[in-house]
Unconditional design. Structure first.
Lengths: 223, 361
């Protein structure tokens, strides 16, 4: 029962995170693939930070920023009446930041592969830039979207450090699969830890297999 | 009328074009590679930033002074790209539909059925661009561009990716585009032959500047434009009237400024038809007295109106005039000296071969 609650919470977290990132990550990836701004390398570096930072570092800063002592954290308390730390909402915010590069990089790659040529063709056929994005750039980047969505989802499912720092271990609220496994091991419930771990291992393998099989076109820049 | 007065820079390269182009029929844009032909088209389409003014009829597309810069998708210009740029994720029908669904119904004069017929697309409609041959792609791209019912078309070396055979397959479709659909076009090419075949007038570019702008015949016979119009394939386009066919010799007899000329029989033309001929400069020789006992059949009277020698060239380009029409001849400097050729001299023009170019409507 305990395990099922953790699985359900994890699926919810990964789905919400992926949906939010699908919106913001697409916009950011599109901007990065088109811009000639000098700020581009800075933004790219910031986007990629979660790839190299220890999750505890990221989690620590997020904990500080989200705490009610801080502007953002207290604003959230003012708005909703509950704290951002140690809550599902806080987990979503942390996951969005933590999984950002997994959405942005494959999409940026895909958009750069599409290039400006098809969009010029669309413009010459009277399509507005936004319309050209939806009718030309997106369909031509379909495989990039698939990769980005699957990787973001899978990566959010697998996160541990950030969640532990920001969310703690509250059943039904912040106890996701990885935390549950940690808890099982701490309390020497190896059988329960085994079943969850095996499920996660199988899930991750199937996801990566699917990505690598379906997607040979856009190199996946993950570490 | 398309009025252009623009200046654009891409890295080291500078394009400065000030000219007016009447928007009827096909205007060829000729020039060596790197002369700015494609850049000019891209500036017109709004794909490259530029300073200055572009005015189409009475519509201002670009005016730096009044900060007007109409977005590419709002410029009524059909762009046919060298690489066709068909959308791979759509079928041929889907590609055509992409153009029609974005074109206001008020201006929809050309509809899908028209172009499908004119460009023989019905067997291709369900296919994907990846399954088409080079020539088929060009036909679909041409049709797709026409379906936006643009004020005018720009074609960026549409035939350059095709082999010789395919080119001659596609050229009639481009003729169709101009004649049947009455859409004016700017046709960029570095192949003089192509342009001479289909263009009414030529804009010659060199190093980002306009070298000349005028009727095809005039530009092709201008000797100072050899860099642009090409040396080896240099020639002239002349207009002639068909007299009759000589079945026994497989020849067609023509008259040009009152003198008779023969060419290999062209069954597609009838007596009385006005046609255009192309004569390569290297197929024309000059003589001071009428040669006898010679295999060349076409010997005409003419006057030398210009002689032009390129730097360090063994050749001289001579321009000769019949009554009105002019022809280029490519002869050696040695011959000019031996025969003491000079402007104003009467000569006999020996034409080794004549190519049928097109019928004049």
């Amino acid at each position: 029962m305990n395990n099922l609650a953790a699985i359900w919470l994890t699926v919810q977290l990964a789905t919400v995170t992926t949906c939010i990132l699908l919106f913001f990550g697409t916009a950011l990836a599109w901007w990065l693939s088109r811009t000639k701004s000098r700020a581009k390398p800075i933004i790219e570096a910031v986007t990629a930070l979660p790839l190299v930072l220890p999750p505890t570092v990221l989690g620590f800063y997020l904990l500080v920023i989200m705490s009610p002592d801080n502007a953002i954290g207290s604003f959230w308390v003012h708005l909703t009446g509950s704290t951002l730390t140690f809550s599902f909402a806080g987990l979503v915010v942390a996951s969005v930041i933590y999984s950002l590069p997994f959405m942005v990089q494959p999409l940026q790659n895909a958009f750069e592969t599409v290039g400006s040529e098809p969009l010029e063709a669309a413009a010459s056929l009277r399509a507005t830039p936004l319309n050209a994005f939806f009718t030309v750039a997106m369909p031509l980047s379909a495989r990039g979207f698939l990769t980005a969505i699957v990787l973001t989802f899978a990566h959010t499912v697998g996160e541990f450090g950030v969640v532990l720092m920001v969310g703690g271990n509250i059943p039904g609220e912040t106890r996701v699969i990885s935390i549950a496994i940690y808890e099982h091991v701490e309390t020497l419930q190896y059988a329960a830890a085994h079943s969850l771990s095996l499920a996660l291992l199988g899930f991750s393998f199937v996801v990566l297999l699917a990505v690598y099989t379906l997607n040979r076109r856009f190199p996946i820049r993950i570490r | 009328m398309l009025a252009i007065d623009i200046c654009a820079s891409l890295g080291e390269f500078e394009l400065e074009v000030t000219t007016k182009i009447p928007l009827d029929g096909i205007t060829g844009i000729l020039g060596p590679s790197g002369s700015g032909k494609t850049t000019l088209l891209r500036v017109l389409a709004g794909f490259e930033p530029a300073e200055g003014r572009i005015i189409v009829d009475d519509e201002v597309w670009l005016d730096t002074k009044s900060k007007t810069d109409i977005a590419p998708h709002r410029r009524s210009l059909g762009y046919m790209f060298q690489d066709t740029r068909l959308f791979d994720h759509l079928s041929v029908a889907g590609n055509l539909e992409y153009a029609t669904s974005r074109t206001l119904s008020e201006i929809k004069q050309i509809v899908v059925d028209d172009v499908v017929d004119a460009f023989d697309l019905s067997p291709l409609l369900k296919r994907r661009p990846a399954e088409l041959s080079g020539g088929e792609k060009q036909r679909v791209a041409l049709a797709r561009t026409l379906l936006t019912n643009p004020r005018f078309l720009v074609l960026d070396e549409p035939l350059s990716a095709l082999d010789e055979q395919r080119r001659s397959d596609i050229l009639p479709y481009i003729d169709t585009m101009a004649s049947q659909f009455q859409v004016p076009a700017l046709y960029v090419s570095h192949a003089v032959g192509e342009v001479a075949h289909i263009a009414r007038r030529i804009l010659a570019l060199s190093n980002g500047r306009v070298q000349a702008n005028g009727p095809t015949n005039e530009i092709l016979e201008r000797l100072d434009l050899l860099d642009v119009t090409g040396r080896f394939e240099a020639g002239s386009v002349v207009e002639a009237t068909v007299i009759d066919h000589v079945e026994r010799h497989r020849l067609t007899r023509l008259t040009i400024d009152g003198q008779t000329l023969t060419m290999p029989m062209e069954p597609g033309v009838a007596p009385g038809d006005q046609i255009r001929l192309r004569v390569r400069a290297r197929d024309v020789a000059l003589a001071l007295i009428r040669p006898e006992s010679i295999s060349i059949r076409n010997i005409l009277d003419a006057t030398i109106v210009d002689l032009f020698q390129g730097p360090e060239s063994p050749y001289v380009e001579a321009l000769v005039e019949f009554e009105k029409q002019r022809l280029r001849a490519r002869i050696t400097l040695a011959s000019v000296e031996d025969l003491s050729l000079a402007v104003g001299m009467h000569v006999f023009v020996l034409i080794k071969s004549v190519t049928f170019e097109s019928s004049l409507a």
